[in-house]
Design a protein around this ligand. Structure first.
Ligand SMILES: *Cc1c(COP(=O)(O)O)cnc(C)c1O
Length: 383
């Protein structure tokens, strides 16, 4: 991924900054698209994973739709060129302002997470003289077997409507004249690497869908969310997630009704491996039992290690000496500002360029200004 020429370009820039390999992004998109087409699945990219415009443009050009979780994401997707009818709006706390904006743009559908939200959308759609299409985000009570902070499909999560509330909801929905219920939505978590989890999800979705059919409600589309994990341990060898197995599981186990549309909302699996956080070593400090490589990037640029104890591979792009162990830490005044402990790196010195890998998803979007940090523009490369 890092040619000598690219590393020379990195050296000329102020650090830290995000680097995106658009060639890798295109290769990934191509694979997603080919397997999704094979089974006639629709892809809506989860904009929250990375909302940089050049990346959104690549994804839009591929013909994918957009899955948004805020009014600003909806507006950005529309501005970048996603057709309004390819935009979905999810989230537990949509405000009146956000709902009105989405109605004005004419998005495809709202993924709704509570009865009260549906009531409000009904009222606002009435004022706008529209019928709003909605999907119900249902909590299937499936364990995603991922980090507890990114699991969203268990009964006690704040997300989704619990099955126990469905009978009342279905009765009430009949009174809402400005709502059209057309779909069911599920999203059980992120960075899911155990493919059996998706099989379990399919079986629950089949049961839930049958419940709706038994209650005389026809479901035009099923939205299975995102969540496919990536291989943080092998960013080069396993750069493209196993979309083939992933889609094949849904093809095999999901009971799809005739003419039913099936959607996925992939975020991380599309963009994570094309992004790297590029940083310079400011100081090397020898501790009692360890050496510290202090870099100029911190948890303000990439929060995942501090937030989810996540692992990112770290490469020294400018040294090729013998390996030594370093704790790679940032400059922020927090002990959790650490990218990796006992990381084996070629002997590292002040000025070396470091790449923190697999940082294209939930990286730059979560950047903060804490400690009044500078922000440097992202750098895009392609072959
Ligand atoms: C975050 C999110 C996604 C994307 O999840 P990934 O794990 O990045 O694929 C999809 N749908 C919803 C509703 C989300 O909140």
């Amino acid at each position: 991924m890092f040619s000598q020429d690219l590393v020379e370009q990195f050296k000329l820039r102020e650090t830290p900054f995000y680097h995106y390999d658009l060639t890798r992004l295109r290769e990934t998109i191509k694979v997603v698209k080919s397997f999704a087409q094979e089974y006639d699945f629709d892809i809506h990219y989860a904009v929250k994973a990375n909302s940089n415009e050049p990346i959104l443009q690549e994804i839009n050009q591929a013909g994918f739709g957009a899955d948004c979780v805020s009014g600003n994401e909806v507006k950005l997707a529309a501005k970048v060129g996603f057709a309004p009818q390819s935009i979905l709006f999810a989230g537990v706390g949509k405000t009146d302002k956000e709902i009105n904006e989405a109605l004005a743009i004419g998005i495809k559908a709202f993924n709704c997470e509570s009865v009260q939200e549906i009531e409000v959308i009904n009222e606002l759609a009435e004022k706008a003289n529209q019928i709003a299409e909605i999907s119900l985000r249902i909590n299937p009570n499936v364990d995603a077997k991922t980090h507890k902070y990114i699991t969203t499909g268990l009964d006690e999560n704040k997300f989704g409507i619990n099955q126990i509330d469905l009978p009342e909801l279905v009765t009430r929905i009949k009174d809402f004249k400005h709502i059209s219920l057309t779909g069911l939505h599920f999203h059980i978590g992120s960075q899911i690497t155990d493919m059996k989890v998706f099989q379990g999800l399919c079986l629950r979705v089949n049961e839930i869908q049958n419940w709706f059919t038994d209650h005389g409600i026809h479901i035009e589309h099923l939205n299975l969310g995102g969540g496919l994990g990536i291989d943080y341990l092998q960013p080069d060898e396993k750069a493209i997630p196993d979309f083939e197995t992933y889609f094949n599981i849904f093809h095999q186990f999901l009971e799809r009704k005739p003419d039913q549309k099936v959607h996925f909302e992939l975020g991380r699996s599309i963009v994570a491996q094309c992004g790297n956080l590029i940083s310079r070593v400011v100081y090397v400090k020898t501790g009692i039992n360890t050496n510290f490589a202090i870099v100029d990037a911190g948890m303000t640029e990439l929060m995942r290690p501090a937030l989810y104890q996540s692992y990112h591979q770290i490469d020294n792009l400018t040294s090729h000496s013998d390996l030594r162990d370093y704790d790679v830490v940032g400059p922020i005044c927090e002990s959790t500002d650490c990218f990796g402990k006992s990381v084996a790196l070629p002997e590292t010195s002040r000025g070396d360029i470091i790449a923190i890998r697999s940082a294209g998803a939930y990286g730059e979007v979560m950047r903060s200004q804490y400690n009044l940090r500078d922000h440097h523009e992202a750098f895009y490369s392609q072959l």
